[in-house]
Design a protein around this ligand. Structure first.
Ligand SMILES: Cc1cc2nc3c(=O)[nH]c(=O)nc-3n(C[C@H](O)[C@H](O)[C@H](O)COP(=O)(O)OP(=O)(O)OC[C@H]3O[C@@H](n4cnc5c(N)ncnc54)[C@H](O)[C@@H]3O)c2cc1C
Length: 420
């Protein structure tokens, strides 16, 4: 039941990362009054330091048998793309068990593939529209993207994803090492192959994308509030207010888009969001004489190197950890070491390093849509490695569901209620 005060209240979006900010923008466009609440400045959490790649080629969910098979080998290599924060292992075990079950289930993998097909198609349309609508053009480059391979075996390992991309109509070109070095001058001579995605797009500053969206949101009448959300007022299955550390805000509807912390808010609302932080790092290097203009990712090493407005950003790898653990900065040193294996001439001074927490559910599908058992709470979290890519699509899907449209059939696999 909604009383007059809440029916005239704004929709409250909790979390001003890329997902919450893009969602606030989409809801505003539908004519809603929207308040965006964040305990910090918009875009300063995980959305600050990602690799900036709009990864619409990412069609295979990471929860699949081939990932699972590689996990033991990856974990034995302390310098490798995946590691566990050791003191967090007991906390991580239930999540890891769920991940293994999802990765081994053919039905779950199919749900992942089907949902990613729909999400990436929507992302492609949604980003182009948002760039236009919010005047973000100067922050994006359409220069393609390049995956590079150090052995014929690693190239062969990518066949599963390429087959799917071919089936879905993703454009790509398989190139030899020499052509890869033309596309990204400075690449090591030992690179044997590349796969070039001509439609790839990246941002030269992910933080400024969120900040600009937030500015446009405010300029178009949206409210941005700096406050930590710590509870909700309820009337049966309807949330009527959002309680922050210093006030209680009446709410017509609520969107939970608080990244990794969404699990805590879901618990307060009586449902489960078993998120872990897949921590990743970045190092920014000052421009030097190694120059290329598209994101490059060496297969199997788990990172991207992206040309950004301040220099080169090397970003990625995964460290699974419980919340609030101290950073493992040697992971950032490793990124630079790996980068120099791939681009031996890179020598720019380090400008800064960063850690971010990818919000990840055990089946590696995001949670998008109405929360279980609640009439007016919506979810947009769990976007793991592709939150920048999927943010605008998430916003549009939530906005449409609020208008009464059903989620596309394939996206029922992203229902927030699937964890109970
Ligand atoms: C190294 C690395 C590289 C990556 N590269 C890419 C890439 O190239 N392409 C891509 O698509 N994705 C990439 N990602 C993933 C992407 O960055 C994330 O999926 C995305 O940023 C998640 O956005 P979010 O809005 O869900 O979370 P966040 O950006 O973390 O935002 C959540 C917000 O919620 C706020 N919040 C939390 N709790 C509360 C509360 N109780 N009250 C008020 N506010 C609260 C936080 O302050 C924060 O601002 C990468 C990630 C990493 C770590």
């Amino acid at each position: 039941m909604t009383d007059t005060s809440t029916s005239q209240a704004p929709i409250i979006v909790v979390g001003a990362g890329i997902v919450g900010t893009a969602t606030a923008r989409a809801l505003q466009r539908e004519g809603h009054a929207v308040t965006l609440v964040d305990s910090g400045e918009p875009g300063k959490a995980t959305s600050y330091g990602n690799a900036g790649f709009i990864a619409i080629d990412h069609l295979l969910p990471l929860a699949r048998p081939s990932t699972l098979k590689r996990v033991p080998k990856m974990l034995m290599d302390r310098d490798g793309p995946l590691t566990l924060h050791r003191p967090s292992i007991p906390w991580l075990l239930p999540w890891m068990a769920r991940f293994a079950l999802a990765a081994y289930s053919a039905a779950e993998v199919k749900k992942g593939v089907d949902s990613f097909g729909v999400l990436m198609a929507e992302a492609n349309i949604a980003w182009k529209a948002e760039i236009q609508a919010s005047g973000l053009g100067e922050l994006f480059r359409s220069k393609g993207a390049l995956y590079v391979y150090e052995t014929e075996q690693s190239f062969a390992d990518g066949a599963e994803e390429r087959d799917l991309q071919k089936a879905k109509g993703t454009a790509f070109e398989i190139v030899d090492g020499a052509r890869a070095r033309e596309l990204a001058p400075g690449l090591s001579d030992h690179i044997v192959r590349g796969v070039y995605y001509p439609d790839g797009m990246h941002t030269i500053n992910p933080y400024r994308v969120v900040a600009t969206l937030a500015e446009r949101f405010a300029a178009d009448g949206g409210t941005i509030l700096r406050a930590r959300v710590r509870g909700f007022g309820r009337d049966g299955n309807t949330v009527t207010s959002v309680k922050t550390t210093d006030s209680e805000l009446p709410a017509k509807a609520v969107v939970i888009a608080a990244g990794r912390a969404s699990g805590d808010l879901a618990r307060l609302l009586g449902f489960n969001a078993p998120l872990v932080a897949e921590r990743g790092y970045h190092v920014m290097l000052a421009p030097d004489n190694v120059r290329f203009d598209l994101p490059v990712s060496p297969a199997g090493r788990g990172f991207f190197v992206t040309p950004m407005e301040e220099g080169l950003r090397v970003a990625g790898t995964v460290e699974l950890a419980a919340p609030h653990q101290p950073p493992s900065w040697h992971r950032a040193d490793l990124l630079v070491k790996h980068l120099k294996d791939i681009f031996p001439g890179v020598g720019g001074a380090e400008l800064g390093r960063w850690i971010g927490e990818r919000p990840t559910l055990p089946d590696f599908r995001p949670a998008i849509g109405r929360a279980p058992r609640l009439a007016n709470v919506y979810c947009g979290y769990g976007h793991q490695h592709v939150g920048l890519t999927l943010a605008t699509a998430t916003g549009r899907l939530i906005a449409r569901q609020m208008e009464g449209e059903d989620m596309p059939e394939a996206l029922k696999a992203c229902d927030p209620g699937r964890f109970g």
